[in-house]
Design a protein around this ligand. Sequence first.
Ligand SMILES: [Zn+2]
Length: 112
Amino acid sequence: MLMDNDPQRLVGCWSAPQFRSYLRARVSDHGPRAGVVLDNVLLYDCHCPICRQRFREFARAYLGHEAQMPAEVNLADPLGRAARVFELCVARECLMELKGSLHAETPRRHSP
Ligand SMILES: [Zn+2]
């Protein structure tokens, strides 16, 4: 997906298994580490088939009814706010999954 309609700025979909696999592989390629910093972790309105389907399911639980993903996020509108919360939840889900995979492959140096 293009970011800001700039062909030099490609971003992945937080929902896409391929993008999540790509993130895990990129981080894993660098071997043992004490931490990872992700730069430019941004929210964006992804309208891929996966996100559209996931948003319909999210809206059913969050709003109490099924809804289509809005074309743009308008925070003055309950549907727009739901779309923003959905984006945050999906990004968090992806980052927590990445964190879990890193913890699984990197032994802890400090006790919890
Ligand atoms: Zn998507």
